[in-house]
Design a binder for this molecule. Structure first.
Ligand SMILES: CC(C)(COP(=O)(O)OP(=O)(O)OC[C@H]1O[C@@H](n2cnc3c(N)ncnc32)[C@H](O)[C@@H]1OP(=O)(O)O)[C@@H](O)C(=O)NCCC(=O)NCCS
Length: 145
């Protein structure tokens, strides 16, 4: 397994994954903005195939996870944990003190993953996300590293 920064040339493959795993996927423009900004955009490759990616942002001594996704057919095999461990490793290298992320309250897979890696629920932003029927809460989670 390899971790590499992703670039515009990788976006066709990444967009395919993004649209299959998210109800409200990031657009190509969202990814391009992140690549052009100071966000760290990296992908996980297995046998030269992109199977996941993450976008993280460093602000002072905080690391914010903006996107973390694993290709549908590769989920529940431990790769999400590998990707999250890489996020935590990079946050440590950047001397972040805390990693923050927001997750839909219905996203049990992701909440379980974060929980397993020591993240704690810090607060709930009510009706934060668009949802199929109305709005949905965001759970703000954090990990002190
Ligand atoms: C969240 C996500 C990255 C997890 O990736 P993954 O490769 O399936 O994760 P892992 O295989 O490493 O599993 C980690 C843990 O979560 C659990 N898990 C995975 N999918 C689950 C599900 N649908 N429901 C409940 N638990 C689940 C696994 O069982 C494992 O826990 P365990 O070791 O106690 O059994 C993946 O589901 C995904 O890409 N989802 C769509 C994008 C998304 O929601 N991103 C997060 C936005 S905040």
């Amino acid at each position: 397994m390899q971790f590499r920064d992703f670039k515009e040339i990788d976006l066709n493959a990444i967009e395919l994954i993004e649209s299959e795993v998210h109800t409200y996927p990031w657009t190509r423009g969202n990814f391009l903005d992140s690549i052009k900004s100071s966000h760290k955009c990296f992908m996980m490759k297995l046998n030269n195939e992109i199977i996941g990616y993450a976008v993280i942002m460093f602000v002072l001594d905080e690391c914010h996870v903006l996107n973390i996704s694993i290709k549908k057919s590769m989920q529940k095999k431990g790769y999400g944990s590998d990707l999250l461990k890489e996020v935590i490793r990079r946050a440590g290298l950047a001397h972040s003190k805390t990693i923050y992320l927001e997750v839909r309250s219905s996203n049990h897979a992701a909440i379980h993953l974060y929980d397993k890696h020591g993240f704690n629920e810090m607060s709930v932003r009510k009706d934060y996300y668009r949802a199929k029927e109305g709005r949905e809460n965001a759970v703000l989670m954090g990990l002190v590293i």
